[in-house]
Design a protein around this ligand. Sequence first.
Ligand code: URA
Length: 438
Amino acid sequence: MRLQEIIAKKRDGMELTEAEIGTFVDGIVDGSWADYQISALVMAMFIRGLSQGEQDDLTRAMIYSGKVLDLSDVGRPVVDKHSTGGVGDKTSLIIAPVAAACGLAVPMISGRGLGHTGGTLDKLESIPGFDVNLSTERFKELLSRNGYAMAGQTGEIAPADKKLYALRDATATVPYIPLIVASIMSKKLAEDLDALVLDVKTGTGAFMQNYDDSVRLAEALVRTGTGFGVRTEAVVSDMNQPLGKFVGNALEVYECIKILRGETEPEMMPTLDLSIELTAGMLVLGGVADSPESAKAKINEILDSGAAFEKFRENVEVQGGDVSVCDEPQILVARDLENVPVLSTSAGFIGGIDTAAIGNAICSIGGGRSRAEDVVDHAVGFASLVRVGQEIAVGETLGVIYCRNAGQSDSVGQNLLKAYEISDDPVAQPALVKTIVT
Ligand code: URA
């Protein structure tokens, strides 16, 4: 079958068959199709739409475009968490050890940061020596032995998505729910999961900024997961401000270790609260807790006893990381950085925060990547010290830039200041968890 015939069919608004979608995906992986042909078909899908059946066929073809893990012998319920990405979104580092200490196996296959959003792999690599490049055998061994492992996406899992996502990114075809669902779920469903909890971010730092769109995405993800036999739920969570205190790789790891050590600072509470909410969903879906309430009680016990911290420490050790960061997290806050406060120039209430602007500012001083090949400076970042709704006086500190030199703080200071909208009238604090879709 020639791809131009399939493109023409979708261009004219017709439904594609499973075989045609399979041909498309096979050709992406084996290099039969030119980038312009793939892009043309994706644009036709974007404009003409995909039916539920086409979306499922695309998801299935993408799952089987690579290796599908067999985790049937890890001896625990296999449950993962996936976030659609945000600023200061660091919950994976807390959720994995807590869930593992509660009896689940968590196969965390994560990505790198791109643009304003961070990535778990970059955060982990700010721990000296931490190795995210695990072979499938080693990954499975760690899962059985320790309950969790943190690895990078190898080219073997859902390879069609890697190519397709890059082309969608370059052709303005990312924001279409059926394509997003196929992309996210093909990677997750190739992990042989029993259950999956999705954290769908909504707000100024999320790629779905609009609440109704975020709920629609959450519903579509849950429908697909469930349809493929994986118990799935989605938590739609607030991304109208950075999550917790820090943005920036090493600083975010610092925040997580502080939380796991039971030293949570007030600004870090949202990170802990969201981690508990997501982990509770995993325990219930994974069958090791009867209700969200009993799951939360169990999680608090595991945190208070130090068992989750010990699990994290064990993981750092087995993945080659320097465990002294667990005992002295301050090591992660580089001593040679300048700390430059961003001071409010008006009085009132924090009316809104342009969260993507904060992520972009930190990215621009080296904390993230504008292009996939950029090198990251793990140390730089930002502490966001105020929350939406908080009252603020002139001269009060909105946040602190952790940077290499004054040139960097000069280049982003104004953008960070502008990210905080100050209102004369009181503003309601946004709920952290907006809704849960089951
Ligand atoms: N994240 C993904 O992995 N894929 C998308 O299409 C969008 C966000």
